[in-house]
Design a protein around this ligand. Structure first.
Ligand SMILES: [Zn+2]
Length: 81
């Protein structure tokens, strides 16, 4: 059974207590909602933690360079089958 959700949360912008029934939940006001949107737009939030992992970035770059340097790789493997 899922746990009961809290009736209120703190506004992520100004830490004011906001009721779940509030029109602007989880923000205390339209102003804080706008500030939050602005943060997203300016890259203030990290959208994906994975992409910021250096190892993950390396493996992605590796996979991409492999595709570029071995364009016939798929043909070879299908021929072997
Ligand atoms: Zn607020």
């Amino acid at each position: 059974m899922p746990k009961k959700k809290p009736i209120s949360l703190r506004c992520p912008i100004c830490r004011t207590l906001v009721l779940r029934t509030s029109e602007d939940f989880p923000f205390c006001s339209d102003r804080c909602r706008t500030i939050d949107l602005g943060k997203w737009a300016s890259g203030g939030y990290v959208i994906s933690s994975k992409i910021n992992d250096p190892e993950e970035l390396e493996s992605i770059a590796e996979a991409q360079s492999r595709k570029q340097f071995d364009p016939d790789d798929d043909d070879i493997s299908s021929r072997e089958r």
